[in-house]
Design a protein around this ligand. Structure first.
Ligand code: FE2
Length: 372
């Protein structure tokens, strides 16, 4: 068996490090495209700080600020076309998972002839992309570390992941001050996404000694800090720790992939617009119960690390109840009647192959039933 560990070229972590953007990207050229969401980075001042830092180093920046939740292949095509037309040297994503995944796929697919949807459907390609720089203002997706981009395909009505070793960010800035403006709900949702990444990484069939150390550390950081950070928006130390935890989680699951909670969360997002981290929060304890038959020892290692005397799923249920989130899929917007589509889409993800316990169609249905 071999283990490959791959991380971004450079990661800068720390308060106000966004102001160091310009000096760290000057080596990639003098014209870039900044990809961001519609409002929050502008309102928080993060976008202006990024543009200012680039300007100081003589780097021209264009801004594409049309990314919404659940990015699809068409928006990636739009960013690719703009970047090619403007002949930018590199792409910077400043935003949550949607902005990062859009820019990551666009930067990686520049120079290719086919539309993005073909590559999402596994068309082979030889990488000719441009550098991708990631700056997440939330603590959760880990997209600043990973090799993949999750996109919505409106033709199939499903979300799928497109990945390539060269898609990984050339450079990432993780600045906890950018997360200060997150609402309690968004803090909870993104935090639960990060936690699901590491729990599924810890038990992944691809886990190795390095990823297990990273995952266990991230599980502890996130579980210790999430509830308090959600309750107190001004908990600066908690914000910093959540940013650390999410980043370390990204380092672990970028190597191992995730599991069946993620596989099921994608069609729930595509069909019912249930935010990804929320779907993960509802699915995770049920998936842990399902997997415990084959990884009891690993869950025991986790509760030992947390100093908890009891089952890991019970610990999580108690924790999730304290978060300002819907506690069932039905409360989150799920409607019965599309189970077949969910099951099919679940098996069309990479994550399911990493799940420690073999999953059959009836198991997906049973997990869903326990979450509605
Ligand atoms: Fe996730």
């Amino acid at each position: 068996m071999q283990s490959i560990l791959q991380f971004p070229g450079k990661i800068i972590f720390g308060e106000n490090t966004i102001d160091q953007l310009g000096e760290n990207v000057v080596e990639y050229g003098n014209k870039c495209l900044l990809v961001t969401g519609q409002k929050s980075t502008r309102q928080s001042g993060a976008l202006q700080r990024a543009v200012e830092s680039l300007k100081e180093k003589g780097i021209e920046s264009l801004c594409f600020s049309k990314v919404k939740g659940e990015p699809d292949c068409a928006i990636v095509d739009e960013v690719r076309a703009l970047a090619e037309k403007e002949k930018v040297d590199f792409l910077i994503a400043l935003g949550g998972g949607s902005a990062l995944d859009t820019a990551k796929a666009a930067a990686g697919l520049i120079g290719q002839d086919l539309p993005t949807v073909d590559y999402l459907n596994k068309a082979p390609f030889e990488y000719k992309g441009i550098p991708f720089i990631a700056i997440p203002p939330t603590s959760g997706t880990g997209s600043e570390i990973t090799l993949n981009s999750v996109l919505y395909n409106p033709v199939t009505g499903n979300k799928k992941s497109i990945a390539h070793p060269c898609f990984q960010a050339r450079f990432s800035i993780v600045d906890p001050t950018l997360t200060y403006s997150m609402s309690p709900e968004l803090t909870a949702i993104t935090g639960m996404d990060a936690l699901t990444h590491v729990v599924e990484s810890y038990t992944s069939l691809k886990a190795n000694e390095v990823t297990k150390v990273l995952a266990l550390k991230a599980i502890k950081i996130i579980t210790v800090n999430l509830v308090e950070t959600v309750k107190n928006k001004n908990n600066i130390e908690g914000r910093k720790m959540m940013a650390w935890g999410s980043m370390i989680a990204g380092m672990a699951f970028a190597q191992t992939g995730v599991g069946v909670a993620h596989s099921i969360s994608h069609p729930l997002g595509a069909l019912f617009q249930i935010p990804h981290g929320l779907a993960c929060a509802i699915l995770l304890p049920v998936v842990i119960d399902y997997n415990s038959q084959v990884c009891m020892e690993k869950y025991q290692e986790i509760v030992d690390e947390l100093g908890y005397k009891g089952e890991f799923s019970a610990y999580l249920r108690k924790m999730i109840k304290q978060l300002p989130l819907p506690q069932t899929l039905t409360e989150a917007g799920y409607k019965e009647g599309q189970e077949e589509q969910i099951v099919t889409a679940t098996f069309d993800t990479r994550s399911i192959k990493n799940n420690p316990r073999m999953v059959e169609e009836k198991d997906v249905r049973a997990i869903l039933e326990k979450c509605v």
